[in-house]
Ligand binder design. Structure first.
Ligand SMILES: Cc1cc2nc3c(=O)[nH]c(=O)nc-3n(C[C@H](O)[C@H](O)[C@H](O)COP(=O)(O)OP(=O)(O)OC[C@H]3O[C@@H](n4cnc5c(N)ncnc54)[C@H](O)[C@@H]3O)c2cc1C
Length: 203
């Protein structure tokens, strides 16, 4: 695996402090799949030194080229630097890494459970599953309504149920509260979110 250069195709703030960036980098796009991620060097020089991991959020085909997007929140120095990039800028990155989500061939009903920006990694799985004729329900949880992924950006076939910590949208409480109603329907489940969410799901 070697360092690659990607070109920023577009970059916009889609909601609150969450940014969507489309990138062109054919060597990375070739091996990309839902659940895998890439590492982006987020600095002009060597500080911060370590690249930041970002999940593949979406794919699209533009003529013969497969392009990909990342969806990210500004957290610290690296993502703050990233948020200032513009269309036409270049990024140094490597990947794809990780094993990716493995959807069973005979699984028809997929339940996706996203906590916070964990939704970034699950949208692309929803996109690909809908294309293959599967049924997808997305349970998404966030602190407050303005941090929920906008449902109008999802394929219309995806059923979405939301939960917010402050009750400003959907169920007032944790996204995991919604699980018991949907688990019997699901042939397979996928999740991405904070560790506390995984703990409560395994308990
Ligand atoms: C496999 C994987 C995939 C991921 N995919 C995504 C994705 O698709 N989208 C996404 O948004 N994120 C994703 N993340 C998380 C993302 O990589 C991190 O948010 C990012 O690396 C943060 O980098 P940063 O330099 O902006 O923040 P950092 O500077 O590394 O800070 C991270 C956190 O630590 C806090 N912090 C930093 N310095 C201090 C300090 N001195 N004192 C106290 N607190 C401090 C910050 O406030 C922040 O909350 C992923 C992570 C992994 C492991």
């Amino acid at each position: 695996m070697k360092l690659e250069t990607a070109r920023v195709l577009s970059h916009e703030q889609v909601y609150e402090d969450t940014f969507l960036m489309w990138l062109s980098c054919p060597p990375i796009a070739r091996g990309a799949s839902p659940g895998r991620f890439l590492m982006i060097h987020c600095a002009d020089g060597y500080d911060p030194l370590l690249p930041r991991p970002m999940s593949f959020h979406r794919f699209r085909d533009n003529d013969d080229e497969r392009q990909f997007a990342i969806l990210y929140d500004v957290r610290g120095r690296g993502t703050d630097w990233l948020s200032q990039r513009q269309a036409g800028d270049q990024l140094t990155l490597f990947g794809p890494l990780g094993r990716g989500y493995a959807v069973k061939r005979d699984a028809q009903n997929l339940l996706l459970v996203a906590g916070g920006l964990g939704v970034a990694a699950l949208i692309v799985l929803a996109d690909e599953a809908i294309k293959r004729g599967k049924a997808v329900t997305l349970l998404q949880g966030a602190r407050t309504a303005s941090k929920l992924y906008p449902t109008e950006l999802l394929p219309k076939e995806v059923e979405v149920l939301s939960a917010t910590d402050d009750g400003s949208a959907g169920h007032h409480g944790l996204v995991t509260d919604l699980l018991s109603d949907h688990l019997p329907w699901a042939d397979q489940g996928f999740t991405c979110g904070p560790n506390a969410m995984f703990s409560s799901m395994s308990g």
